[in-house]
Design a protein around this ligand. Structure first.
Ligand code: IPE
Ligand code: IPE
Ligand code: MG
Length: 242
């Protein structure tokens, strides 16, 4: 069934993936959790290129959550080295595939060095026309929405708008994802069935797909399986079946 041609798949504009299961993947192989993170970051490249080839416009990946700071210091320190790794290792291939990279998340807790890396990657890829890879790093959906609400509250305070003028579009326009297409499909590998504070607002009408594969083993084939299921879903958005 997976041999069906891509043109028979309904290709979503925007998919999001929770990069989960790195630790368990490594443990199964008798390796430290950090080995899983290393493989996990490399898999972003594989799946970003696969997504670009499939014609997906935007891919959001959840790489580090606002809650992941609770992990042991050693693991957090390792994860904080990933933006640098990312820049070094992916630069040329992303250029070849015309992939534009953006980052979603708080800019208040990351080191100056990491902020500079994030800024540099964003700046160097901003004019690309291919897939947009949205890396969610120190990202939390509740923080994102809270920040949007604060911006609107400021505008009310300055008498620019009145509370009754506030619309849901005004919130959407103040999220990190404001320039991306609506989220169509949200994938969580690794067997967990929860959103863990990822794209709560954006997922309002996204299709959800859960699978058992750990992220480092998540391949183009697994992605195509998710897309096949997505193709067979009936999206009604509250209306009736067409
Ligand atoms: C996802 O893998 C990566 C991050 C959350 C940073 P995990 O580290 O959560 O791996 P598991 O879920 O413990 O296997
Ligand atoms: C979600 O995974 C966050 C990322 C993958 C970055 P977690 O492993 O942190 O989520 P929980 O703790 O299982 O909900
Ligand atoms: Mg996990």
């Amino acid at each position: 069934m997976l041999k069906r041609k891509n043109k028979e798949l309904n290709i979503p504009d925007h998919i999001a993936i929770i990069l989960d299961g790195n630790g368990r993947w490594a443990k199964k192989r008798g390796m430290p959790r950090t080995y899983g993170h290393q493989k996990g970051v490399e898999n972003i490249r594989t799946i970003a290129i696969a997504s670009a080839e499939l014609g997906i416009k935007a891919l959001s990946v959840y790489a580090f959550s606002t809650e992941n700071w609770k992990r042991p210091e050693k693991e957090v320190n390792f994860l904080m080295k990933l933006p640098g790794e990312f820049e070094k290792k992916f630069k040329d291939e992303f250029k070849k595939h015309d992939i534009k990279v953006m980052f979603s998340g708080r800019k208040t807790q990351l080191s100056k060095e990491n902020l500079e890396i994030l800024e540099r990657i964003t700046k160097n890829t901003k004019d690309r026309k291919g897939l947009v890879l949205n890396i969610c790093f120190d990202y939390g959906s509740q923080t994102e929405i809270t920040e949007a609400v604060k911006m609107i509250a400021e505008e009310v305070k300055e008498n620019k708008i009145s509370p009754e003028d506030i619309t849901k579009e005004m919130i959407t326009e103040r999220l990190y994802t404001k320039d991306l297409p609506d989220l169509d499909l949200l994938i969580r590998p690794s067997g967990e069935v929860r959103l863990s504070n990822f794209l709560l607002w954006q997922a309002a009408y996204a299709e959800l797909y859960f699978c058992d594969t750990y992220w480092p083993a998540f391949s183009k084939r697994v992605l195509e399986k998710a897309l096949l299921e997505y193709t067979n879903r009936n999206r009604r958005f509250g209306g009736l079946k067409s």
